[in-house]
Write a protein that binds this ligand. Sequence first.
Ligand code: C2E
Ligand code: CA
Length: 569
Amino acid sequence: MKILIADDSRTNVALLSNALHKLGHEVVAASSGREAVALFQLQRPDLLILDVMMENMDGFECARQIRALDSDDWIPIIFLSASVDDASIAKGIDAGGDDYLAKPFSEITLEAKIKAMQRISDMRQKLFETTQKLYLLSSTDALTDVYNRAQFDRSVKEIVATADRYHNQLALLFIDLDNFKNVNDTFGHHIGDLLLTEVAARLKRCVRSVDFVARLGGDEFAVVLSEIKNIEEAAATAKNILAALDADYNLDNHYIRNGASIGIACYPAMAGSVEDLILNADIAMYHAKASGRNNFQYYTQELNQRYRQQINLEHSLKFAIERHEMFLTYQPIFELQSRNLAGVEVLINWDHPKFGVVSPSIFIPIAENTSLINEIGSWVLETACTELSQFPIRTFKKFRFAINISPRQILQEDFYQHIIEILTAKALPPNFLELELTETSVMTYTNPNFQDVLRKLHKAGVSISIDDFGTGYSSLIRLKHLPINALKIEKLFVQDAATNSNGSIIVNCLIALGKNLGMTVIAEGIETQEQLDFLIAKGCPQGQGYYLSKPLTADKLAVFFKNMQVKQP
Ligand code: C2E
Ligand code: CA
């Protein structure tokens, strides 16, 4: 042990040093209280032995000053005094001392007291280490070993406070993996966990040691760049992160690619408080996701406004059904050559008392992010079956009503049962129903459950069609192996086809592809006679669009059926 002793009597110093050397300790000697305080800071001893009676500064005052200096470490102090009475013991303890040694001391007592102090000191060290470990455990994420949400909350506050003090800039990056749910659904949780661990490791490699990486939960990570020169520096790091995360992952011999979306908010340029900084990075992240994924976005005022609208919409959407603000329209689908009715597509509409008519392209994605899509989906199915069963649709040899389905609905536990029950209750044969799934959803949801439900429905007689065909990336092999009855050509291609040679080539190919795969092809968004002529010339069997008929409310559909009966008795 390194022991600092203080005594203004040279003889006493020599005596004590001698004894301590014999016991194998290193000694640093001071001849006054003041010198002891100075030496303490320089030498960082393991134990202090202070004579109580010293000129100018006595041992108690010396202890008090040392304790005032030393807030974190606890170094034991033993007082050396000729008078060890109750009053001076109490005074010594008040001054921050731990034990007393009576003068003249016996070497055995000295050794025993030092050993006792050493033991206490060791125990304190262990306690300190355990506390550190516990702190680390409570501040890190057990799976990925980066910081956890609780530590993130604490650290962001500290980093912002430091930035205020030194007038620094900092950046907060929110990072969300683009297809994590898919990876989990397709490969299982074990591979999902491996992916998260590897993402955390890659993130750490992209930032400096002074920066901060945390997992906020699920597949959301945060990076705090604690000191940046300008906001472009945040973009440079975001680009590095995107490149690092986009590289192939080999997870237990599964080769996976998984991009990410990043939202950036800088402090103080884009937020005035810690709360705003976190909210704004989140808003920017949602925007990055909505802008096509695998990209980064800065927070802006305009995004903030859009976000507030979105929150309002989200809130109103919860009550839209019970407040009877939703209604359905039906867009007729025709055999193009004969103009016979082939069926209708069911479309949901939301007439909000304050916002007016809100397009499903806006509110369906919001509903898809929450379980509201299941409630809305059920309502559409039940309402369509109820309304349509009142029309003479059963008199048609072939009639189908097509309902747009979000992939999340299919993964509901009782989706199949629910459909069969409604059809049975309304006495509608299953082959009247067609489910429209977008190309992207069919291609990204590759897990067996999803496909099983589609196969079961198909087996029961329900048709499946692929919506917006041509906008996603289809694997022909998957297309061939899925139970698909129809392809719907996205309206942008149809509208390009009559005027633009590339458009016409695309539509031609899509029609040929559908036919070769044995599927019906339905052109969407026919708006002119020219487009209709083109499609008929290319042999497209079916179509829909404003030129043929706009989507009709249930009342107008009733009139439509009446007129048809008059024309086709
Ligand atoms: P979609 O499946 O591609 O539906 C066709 C959209 O094109 C409809 O817009 C329809 O009104 C519009 N449309 C029809 N003919 C023409 C035309 O000649 N020209 C043009 N420019 N547009 C035409 P809407 O009703 O706004 O629906 C938008 C999207 O919302 C739908 O796109 C569909 O993906 C989704 N959606 C609609 N109803 C539902 C629903 O009940 N459930 C789910 N999950 N999604 C729905
Ligand atoms: Ca559709």
